[in-house]
Design a protein around this ligand. Structure first.
Ligand SMILES: [Mg+2]
Length: 285
């Protein structure tokens, strides 16, 4: 349980918050559908539980998804590169970051122009193709995103997803990246190049500290992810939930209190959250 001493005694009730990866977790890996998550999403909406996306997706992609879902919540884009806090969210006050209407933004990663400069500098030595080297049509073909979604995925602000001709050179590329203040992580479909100071877990913990400054309740955090780059989410929450891959296998993550969803994607996401919420309610009754 994450508690802040100055606020813990003001109200005994629990404030829950859900932090979730998108691709392969809330969204099905192949179809990007969240249809099977509807039951838990409805419960989250009814109980007014904050639902924070932590994703490799871009701000425009998240905005489109939130608009389609009819929600307006804080979100973390491009693998922990930045937290976007919507104006007047629960009338909370965010006294850090910079204004980018309609958000306050807390940037933890590098800028995309820095990242692209590095990509161009290593392209002669390493055969890599970044989103900035690909057309929206290429990205659509590689990801299965619709043409409209692929355009939004290409609107990067902080990080670069890329493909590498020969994985054997990954270690060398990582070394060169580190020497320049960047790092390489592996996502579901692509490698990602990003600023070395960013991570999904760091961004989550910053968001939690902003929540604690604004809520006068005890905070209980639930986190969901499916890949190695979600470890930061799962180790930073009170209740970590690991979603299996489409073939039913689980990412090898060693956390003592982890719960394993029984089904991949949106159906496992929904079923496990409902289980957890029911258990919490029974405990509180
Ligand atoms: Mg994922």
């Amino acid at each position: 349980m994450i508690m802040n001493e100055s606020t813990a005694n003001e109200d005994g009730r629990l404030q829950l918050a859900v932090f979730t990866d998108l691709d392969g977790s809330l969204l099905d890996h192949y179809t990007y559908s969240l249809e099977n998550a509807r039951p838990a999403l409805e419960r989250i909406r009814e109980q007014r539980i904050p639902l924070v996306f932590i994703t490799s997706k871009t701000r425009p992609e998240v905005e489109m998804l939130q608009a389609a879902m009819g929600i307006r919540e804080p979100f973390i884009v491009e693998n922990g590169a930045a937290i976007f806090f919507p104006d007047r969210y629960r009338e909370w006050r965010i006294d850090t970051g910079f204004r980018q209407p309609p958000y306050t933004v807390i940037q933890l990663g590098a800028s995309y122009s820095e990242i692209r400069r590095f990509v161009r500098s290593v392209k002669p030595g390493f055969n890599i193709q970044g989103f900035g080297d690909l057309s929206a049509e290429d990205i659509g073909r590689l990801t299965g995103l619709s043409p409209k979604q692929a355009i939004l995925a290409r609107q990067r602000e902080f990080t670069e997803p890329f493909l590498m001709e020969d994985d054997a050179h990954l270690i060398d590329l990582q070394r060169v990246a580190e020497a320049s203040g960047f790092k390489v992580t592996r996502g579901g479909r692509f490698y990602h190049l990003m600023g070395s100071g960013q991570d999904k877990g760091i961004a989550l913990r910053r968001t939690v500290s902003l929540f604690l400054q604004n809520t006068h309740r005890r905070l209980l955090t639930i986190g969901l992810g499916d890949s190695a780059n979600d470890l930061g989410i799962l180790e930073s929450v009170d209740i970590p939930i690991l979603i299996p891959h489409p073939d039913g296998s689980y990412e090898k993550l060693d956390l003592p209190n982890i719960r394993r969803a029984r089904h991949p994607g949106s159906s496992g996401w929904s079923e496990t959250i409902l289980d957890v919420l029911n258990t919490i309610e029974e405990g509180a009754a």
